[in-house]
Design a protein around this ligand. Sequence first.
Ligand SMILES: [Zn+2]
Ligand SMILES: [Zn+2]
Length: 451
Amino acid sequence: MKKIIYLVIYSLVLFVILFIFACLSNSSSPINVYGSKDLIAINRNGLLTDFLEQSGDKHIESVIIENKNKDCLLISQEHFAQFSISNVLGKWVLNKGDKAGNSILKEITRIFLNTSSKDFGLYHLNHVQQKKFYCSYELIKSHITRVDSDSPYYERGIIKDSLQVYISDVEEESVLYVFNNGEEEYFELSDNGYLRIGEKLLFPKDSNSNRKILKAVWENQPALSAHIIHDLLMESLENKPTMAIFIDGLGYELWDYALENGYTNTFPQMDLKPMRVIYPPRTIYNYYMFGTGELLTNTNPLNREIFPLLKNSVIQGLIIEAKMQMFSSPLEQKLHHTLNTSDSMDELIFKSTMKYMNDYDFIFVHFHDIDNNGHYFGPYSNEVMKTILQTGYYVSELSNKWTGNIFLFSDHGMHEYYDSINNKIAGTHYTAKVEDIVGIFANLSNLNKGD
Ligand SMILES: [Zn+2]
Ligand SMILES: [Zn+2]
């Protein structure tokens, strides 16, 4: 009997706790913001301008604030700077005290940003070409019906029920879906040449669990993927000493451009292929994949380790890095600094590799200058072309001296953009553009060695 009473009390307490928790989490649930470099969730208190700054987008031109899944405000650049929004006893308040604004902002569902780069959206890719880009902000805007607004600060509108993208020119029977969290999935087309991408894949509303956004629909995708690198290296190490040459930022399109312009002659003759990299096409996500064969996620333990399988192994391995170690590893890591030398970072890294390569069974060497110069001068600049030429010389020297397998690959490419703050062309990589998301791969094992 006592047990039952305890059980009832226990259940009641649990119920009350859960109820309070549910109430609290509802009023403080974060707002999803779309149109920054990736989906972000923001807290509900503060200035709208602070939110926009947090989103990481430097050049926001206009904002759509969606309320209760339907009503919305369109705020242009001249006006959104004046708004602050705060949650007072569960009600949204605008600092202007505008009544219409107050009622609209009471329950923000989502915020959509329109940035000057306009590269947030869905890419339709075919092998190493881009077929079409569906800009998220334009899609939302096309789904809005304007209604009268008496505010000088914003326009009001109603968002039509379902936001969706129709892709009508698909040639293959199946495509590869690429998601913002790096996952990939094959999708079989039921209708011939016709794909309908629904709102759930474009603008998921649940900010806590389901934040998977479709970034690319890929036909004839390159067969090689960054997913294979780790296993390839581990397999290779079972038989032979192995060198992995990781060239940061040398995408397939950039390679192609350099090839056409005669800047790749220094590389050894090799069968270079396009390789899908992990989305987002950034260094740490792909580096982690190379080192573990797994996606880097928020749930990975804090002490993220690469090449964990080589712990307590007889294989002597060395990672040759620039000034910073990116992941811990059971392998030894050599770091380099350009402070007291006229050598470039890659020159130091190359010399170090030549010096130490005979002492190890596994060399993982990470070249940096193409990426660094690409960010600063733009990927198609003379500086980057010269760096590619120089990198080819390093690769040739290393492959001549190394007696074992050699694999060459990159973590992403780069696209150019206009840096309005510094008034120059620069380079960046974070989108599902072909330039960013297609890297390179080549197997240099047994080249020119009569094998
Ligand atoms: Zn990189
Ligand atoms: Zn970079």
